[in-house]
Design a protein around this ligand. Structure first.
Ligand code: G
Ligand code: G
Ligand code: MN
Length: 270
């Protein structure tokens, strides 16, 4: 049963059915785009669009996760290579991949094949990847940093959330888990936790990114707490490459319009 499912996934990978979707990461203060997180989707010929939870565990079980990452990152990098060079591409790697010495080289190859530079890449790591694997993960993380990538600690606040991890791995960013953001405008505890994590990130000189921002009131509160970036339905759902490209153009027009009316106002005053 699983054997067959794994074979099907392998076929889907070769057939190019595993496709990168892109969710915007936005500057909370200015509304400008910071980049996009790559979230994989399986465009299945009979079942339609399948979500990562339906196939990432299968890829892990079938030793296909490295190939999946390589495929998706190559495709995502090809799209990102056509965007303005200020925009980042944030990618997820599975805990299993942080046990695999070939990860940095494979990622580097995939990014290069896509025509992108590693300095545009953010690698998102969850803490479950570090448990019982700290030394290997450290070496791999340092290798990734040397190649120019940024490192983000994903889903911070859930699971292990150890300060030790922030101390021993060269993180650049910290992503505040959506579960706290979701409740922050209704529950004092959640708001305090978000405030503490953002404060911790800021005092360590890390870029802070809030996940799961769905409402303007949450975005406003996050700005007040000093959180720099946000991700969530308020800014956009994960979408295909064509949609992401449209969003970039719309955003550029918005920024230009804002800049023009700003300078017009300037003229009136003087
Ligand atoms: O969109 P969402 O349901 O989109 O994603 C669910 C989870 O799957 C997220 O926690 C994300 O980290 C993970 N995920 C999505 N795409 C990939 C991928 O390409 N590789 C890995 N390792 N995880 C992914
Ligand atoms: O990698 P990570 O575990 O952080 O994956 C992000 C997950 O969160 C993806 O499944 C994505 O589709 C989902 N997501 C992104 N924005 C929102 C949001 O605003 N609300 C909710 N409920 N989920 C979101
Ligand atoms: Mn992520």
């Amino acid at each position: 049963m699983t054997e067959t499912a794994i074979l099907r996934l392998k076929y889907a990978l070769d057939a190019g059915q595993i496709i990168p979707y892109f969710q915007p990461l936005s500057n909370l203060l200015t509304g400008e785009l910071y980049g996009f997180e790559v979230l994989s989707r399986w465009h299945h010929p009979t079942y339609g669009i399948l979500m990562p939870d339906d196939f990432i565990p299968l890829a892990e079980a079938g030793d296909l996760i490295g190939d999946l990452t390589e495929n998706v990152v190559t495709a995502a990098a090809k799209s990102a290579a056509r965007w303005p060079s200020s925009l980042k591409l944030s990618i997820n790697v599975s805990p299993l991949e942080l046990r695999d010495w070939s990860l940095p080289e494979r990622l580097f190859g995939a990014v290069e094949r896509g025509g992108l530079s590693m300095s545009r890449i953010i690698v998102e790591i969850t803490e479950s990847a570090l448990i019982g694997n700290l030394e290997t993960a450290q070496l791999i993380a340092e290798d990734l940093k040397r190649s120019g990538a940024r490192l983000a600690l994903d889903d911070f606040g859930t699971g292990y959330s150890s300060m030790h991890h922030l101390q021993v791995l060269p993180f650049d960013e910290i992503k505040v888990d959506a579960s706290f953001v979701r409740l922050m405008n209704r529950q004092r505890e959640s708001r305090k936790i978000v405030a503490a994590v953002v404060g911790l990130g800021n005092s360590l000189g890390l870029t802070t990114v809030a996940e799961g921002v769905e409402e303007q009131s949450q975005a406003d509160m996050l700005v007040g707490l000093g959180c720099e970036h946000g991700q969530g339905w308020l800014f956009g759902r994960p979408a295909c490459a064509e949609e992401a490209a449209k969003r970039i153009v719309e955003q550029q027009l918005l920024t230009q319009t804002a800049a023009t009316s700003e300078s017009r106002r300037g003229h009136h005053v003087s």
